[in-house]
Write a protein that binds this ligand. Structure first.
Ligand SMILES: [Zn+2]
Length: 472
């Protein structure tokens, strides 16, 4: 009885106390949720890059692959003809192929003489006056040892470069598709060597990098959205990596493989091989995060961080980006196959330094030029077109078509945005309107050559084994 009398007010007190505590807890809760946006804001502030404790691994650097062959240290003396009549045939682009000859590989060294057409054949014979060796002017090109008309060969390759598939090209010229494929393989090998020979020590202020997907092995009917393909292809070897200089529009490098760190490393390694060694341009990419590591690997150095306290061991050295390296990302958000947002993220360097590179051109951070190039590649390379039904559906085939397009784009195709007005309009033959523009190609804008190369000239070019002192 007594305990019951006691317990009634006790329960009441307990209830009141509970109410007070609950309210307090609720109030506390609301005061906690109050400052969270502030904290959120603080964490969003970009932290300076702290550096890595070890240098990232690049397979290509390790094996020193992709190193271009170097010329022997001392070139032989140039031969200047002192007697006889002036030479009619220009042999300045030819070199002796004999491995035992002192003059092997040196183009325009005066040791090559034209020797007429043996057996009334279409090709001229050349003579090295040092080793007395004879060879044909087509040695090392796609025309060597072929009975087919050279003009047909050039047209077939041009058709492939313009984006007609192998079967289509075979039908147009009434050739066997396997023959066309064989010619493509040979032309690709020659043109790859041409690109390696010509593209080196290129000086650029910016590089845009991008990847485009290609559905190669499966013939797809209908359009496949980019988002679907990314999900499906994340781990499959079907990405085309492209690097270009947006100013000269020069296509610096491409690669075909999966979309992983190892490939990002290999691709950036290739780009670095093309650029001048002391050059560190502004890199612009999409939000693919492995570029960061790949760029840091090739444009990094060890930095000793300062001591924080007076005593104790020195902090470990950090692998940091070189101070002149600038890198920004263009991060796109796609929702339901629609672009809903574009963000710019400065990764290395400062926004001000990046704007200083872009401002003279009136540009902002973008990857628009390389994306536009990707569209061109889709038009010109049959194997990456959306509806794939060509013979070249695997990686090697795609690589060969891209090698062809690489040279065709850089050296043969005048680029609309690079054309310059002529000082004097040129009249055309016939009834056409006057010419007011001078066509220019990316290689001209980049200072690699001074003229547009017809495809047949590229195919006739004998690629020397090492870079010549005078260039192309
Ligand atoms: Zn020789």
């Amino acid at each position: 009885m007594v305990s019951a009398l006691f317990s009634a007010p006790l329960v009441l007190v307990a209830l009141v106390w509970l109410c007070v505590m609950l309210q307090e807890a609720w109030l506390n809760d609301s005061t906690v949720t109050g400052p969270t946006p502030l904290q959120h804001k603080r964490s969003r502030k970009p932290k300076p890059f702290a550096g890595l404790t070890r240098k990232p691994h690049c397979d290509a650097c390790e094996h020193a692959s992709g190193l271009r062959p170097q010329a022997p240290s001392a070139p032989p003396l140039r031969i200047i003809p002192t007697r006889g009549r002036r030479r009619q045939v220009d042999t300045s682009t030819h070199f002796c192929p004999n491995p035992d000859c002192r003059y092997r590989g040196w183009a325009g060294w005066g040791n090559i003489r034209a020797n007429g057409h043996p057996n009334r054949g279409p090709w001229r014979q050349l003579l090295c006056i040092v080793c007395r060796g004879y060879f044909l002017e087509t040695l090392g090109t796609i025309f060597h040892g072929k009975r087919v008309a050279p003009e047909l060969l050039v047209r077939v390759i041009a058709c492939l470069a313009e984006g007609l598939g192998i079967r289509g090209t075979a039908r147009v010229f009434e050739v066997d598709p396997n023959t066309v494929l064989q010619w493509l393989v040979e032309a690709a090998a020659q043109l790859q060597a041409f690109s390696r020979y010509v593209l080196h020590d290129v000086r650029v202020r910016q590089v845009q990098l991008d990847e485009l997907f290609a559905l190669l092995s499966a013939v797809q009917d209908g359009e496949v959205s980019a988002a679907d393909a990314i999900v499906r292809l994340e781990r499959t070897p079907r990405w085309v990596w492209v690097a270009m200089d947006p100013e000269s529009k020069l296509l610096l490098a491409f690669d075909v493989r999966d979309r992983t760190l190892a490939l990002a490393q290999r691709f950036v390694h290739q780009v670095v091989q093309v650029l001048a060694p002391d050059d560190a341009p502004l890199f612009l990419t999409d939000g693919f995060r492995e570029y960061l590591t790949a760029l840091l690997t090739h444009y990094g150095r060890w930095v000793q961080p300062p001591r924080r306290q007076a005593k104790g061991p020195m902090p470990k050295p950090r692998w940091m980006p070189r101070p002149q390296l600038l890198y920004a990302q263009v991060v796109k958000t796609v929702r339901r196959r629609r672009l809903v947002g574009v963000k710019h993220r400065v990764v290395f360097g400062t926004l001000m330094a990046i704007e200083q590179v872009l401002a003279p051109l009136g540009w902002q951070i973008n990857t628009a030029f390389v994306e536009r190039l990707n569209l061109d590649i889709r038009h010109h390379v049959a194997a990456v077109g959306r509806r794939v039904s060509t013979l070249c559906k695997h990686e090697d085939g795609l690589r060969q078509q891209l090698a062809l397009y690489h040279v065709y784009y850089n050296f043969c195709l005048p680029h609309a945005s690079l054309c310059v007005p002529l000082p004097q309009p040129l009249p055309t033959n016939g009834t056409g309107s006057v010419k007011t523009w001078r066509p220019r190609i990316p290689a001209m804008a980049a200072g690699l050559t001074d003229r547009v190369w017809p495809l047949r000239e590229v195919l006739f070019f004998r690629v020397p084994p090492w870079p010549q002192p005078a260039g192309v």
